[in-house]
Design a protein around this ligand. Sequence first.
Ligand SMILES: NC(=O)c1ccc[n+]([C@@H]2O[C@H](COP(=O)([O-])OP(=O)(O)OC[C@H]3O[C@@H](n4cnc5c(N)ncnc54)[C@H](O)[C@@H]3O)[C@@H](O)[C@H]2O)c1
Length: 353
Amino acid sequence: MKTILIQLDHQCYNVTIGKDVLKQLLTVLDKLKSVLIITDNKVAELYINYLKKYLNEYKLYFFNMDHAEENKNLTYYEMCVKYALENYLDRDLQVIAFGGGAVGDFAGFFASTYKRGVKFINLPTTLLAHDSAVGGKVAVNVAGVKNVIGTFYQPVAVIYHTEFLKSLAFNEIKSGFGEVFKHDLLHDGSILNALLVDKTNLTEIIHDDSLIEEIIYRCIEIKKKYIIHDIEDKLGIRQALNLGHTLAHAIEILYNTTHGEAVAFGICFDLFLSKNVEYEFYYKLFKKFGYFDTIINIDILDCVETMKNDKKNKSGLITFVGLKEFGRPFEIYLTEDEINIKLTEFLNIIKSW
Ligand SMILES: NC(=O)c1ccc[n+]([C@@H]2O[C@H](COP(=O)([O-])OP(=O)(O)OC[C@H]3O[C@@H](n4cnc5c(N)ncnc54)[C@H](O)[C@@H]3O)[C@@H](O)[C@H]2O)c1
């Protein structure tokens, strides 16, 4: 078991990671107060009875988002508020997010706004959620725009019971590792270059208890460095966490790709834009892990058109996060024409491999 203390200006919380850490939940919950568990269909089907066994002495309420990403919206938010009101849940309520990043974002947003804020605990069940469960960003999608209505709201604890990860589908494992690779490159590359150097199978890594605990621990330590001095994303420090994300967001919107797989592709493009020769090494490594079979045929004009609305853009230029050396991100600003040229060049090169 590993613990990371996230110390912010006015509050702090622990992230506990390990194969068997669910019992930590009992140390942060108050038995005299109601608990609302927000989850989705798949997680409920797999694990709700397991979770209930730990909480048999608590007054429990449940809100199921069905398919979390589809329903991370204001309609389900209102349904959740109505459910809480019908059950007379008051400001003493304790909300548990039990699921991946979509459940975490929704439950955190609900907890931050219900009666002006109630206690929030995050129990992530996906690998990708190592990213979303830490940092305090919570949100819902509105009018087809992702995460457009949101707040910053910190949990009182993040409890990462890694046993849950073992039922993830391969696509979700790949998605989670996309953000792992990003965090690794923003630090020293040691996860890819040392921990995973002889590995080819990401599913096996998920089943290796001590390895996955170490990977999640390292990634959250790295994310922590970027968030604790820029809690509300106003100073530009957190921008680095967007490595790979400019092209990734376009790919995700246009094609049926998971977030993390699109990020892995976007990372290779950002390394290419940075004239970092390692882009070839990383592209081939990600291919070895089973990435990119469907991404390689993206339409350049559609991608550029979508990137024109990226929220990082400044003065009409599209912003990318470059990386010349491990841990030294910088911003790159390009015009539409420049991206057209660079993306064409990049796609021609990788197609020739
Ligand atoms: N707040 C942030 O800082 C932040 C950062 C990154 C991503 N996000 C958000 O996170 C979401 C993506 O997260 P995600 O990939 O975890 O998505 P998700 O929550 O949609 O989960 C992906 C799929 O995995 C299933 N699942 C969850 N746990 C499982 C388990 N243990 N076994 C089997 N299946 C399981 C879910 O039911 C779902 O079908 C997006 O909504 C994104 O906007 C937020």
